[in-house]
Design a protein around this ligand. Structure first.
Ligand code: KIV
Length: 259
């Protein structure tokens, strides 16, 4: 298979829908890559899915760099995107640029960041100018969970929908090569997808987007509870639990190690 590049992802708009997943380690990145997943996101959702937090806010840049390097060691053809964690780009712009470049040096092909404020758009402009491709993220932004008072769908009122539409246009104008649309109404995602030249990648935003995200742990059934829009393609939790309990039993019964 060929290596997925930013330009290949952009060129796929309108031709091929891309099913993309999060990845946090080398073992699962290799399996997803071998299965042909085009984009692996080293998501800050590692906070909830791997590190045991209730949200993404505690993820540190060091966690992202370590996981990005691991995912890159596992993946061969997928485009690897490092998700800039909370606190790594909201303050000083020079520090944000350094942090994004550290992700590229760890092996990522691009970075993702949330929002479309003037400061975020200026950062997107500066990063793309410096050679760092940016995947933007509008709609529900998990790093703003404390502003929303929970993980709440966005874009339900006309004003919110207009703001999200304007946000998507703004990040495109700033130079983002793709934009995540998270937890917004499907018709709004469809309007944005039609209005933008860059591809959209949805999560909880209906089926019209150019690409879809799934959190790997939801897809594989490692999480007991998954959001309504997610599909468990496997019940890995049951398989893993069963394997562990058979092993414990075998040791107890003297059947492990085998003779
Ligand atoms: O970290 C994450 O899982 C995300 C989703 C949008 C895929 O940002």
């Amino acid at each position: 298979m060929k290596k997925w590049t930013v330009s290949a992802v952009v060129a796929a708009k309108g031709k091929e829908k891309l099913g993309c997943v999060t990845a946090y380690d080398a073992a699962f990145a290799r399996l997803a890559d071998e299965a042909g997943v085009p984009i692996l996101l080293v998501g800050d959702s590692m906070g909830n899915n791997v590190l045991g937090f209730s949200n993404t806010l505690n993820v540190e840049l060091a966690d992202t760099l370590r996981a990005t390097a691991a995912v890159c060691r596992g993946a061969k053809d997928a485009l690897v995107v490092a998700d800039l964690p909370f606190g790594s780009y909201q303050g000083n712009e020079d520090a944000a640029v350094e942090n994004a470049i550290a992700c590229i040096k760890a092996g990522a092909d691009a970075v993702k960041l949330e929002g479309a404020t003037a400061a975020v758009c200026a950062l997107i402009r500066r990063l793309t100018g410096a050679g760092v491709p940016v995947l933007a993220h509008v709609g529900m932004q998990p790093q703003s969970v404390n502003i929303y008072g929970g993980f709440k769908r966005q874009g339900k009122t006309r004003e919110e929908a207009e703001r999200i539409f304007a946000d998507a246009k703004a990040v495109e104008a700033a130079g983002a090569f793709m934009v995540t649309l998270e937890c917004i109404p499907a018709d709004l995602a469809a309007q944005i997808t039609a209005a933008l030249k860059i591809p959209t990648i949805g999560i909880g935003a209906g089926g019209v987007c150019d690409a879809q995200w799934m959190v790997m742990h939801d897809l594989l059934g490692l999480n007991e509870k998954v959001p309504g829009f997610a599909v468990k393609y496997l019940d890995l939790a049951s398989l893993v639990r069963d394997a562990f309990s058979r092993y414990v039993l075998d040791v107890k019964n003297g059947e492990f190690p085998p003779v």
